[in-house]
Design a protein around this ligand. Sequence first.
Ligand SMILES: [Zn+2]
Ligand SMILES: [Zn+2]
Length: 114
Amino acid sequence: MPNSSPAMPALTHQRCFNHATREAVARCPACAQFFCRECVTEHDDRVICTACLKKLARVPLLKRPAFAIVLRGAQCLFGLFAAWFFFYLIGTALLALPTAFHEGTLWQVGWMDK
Ligand SMILES: [Zn+2]
Ligand SMILES: [Zn+2]
């Protein structure tokens, strides 16, 4: 009887999206397509197809190691500059204060009335 054979092939026997003759070994989590061993690569501890890997490599510039190091250095320099500028402002403000303030006599003498 022809009805005894399964109507559909098992889902485990998927073929590669790029190579119709090759059996798929992995499924790309990004595009949900099946791929053979040659068409997938490991990226960030997960298997992804080369097409999606190219897409990923193009978009997140901030996540590239070299760029991250440069960015970290720039952030450190900016932090140092911000700290220096902050203390410079405090120093300038202290210098601008009247001497009586440092002597503690500001509130005793009405220096604004002079
Ligand atoms: Zn993909
Ligand atoms: Zn393939």
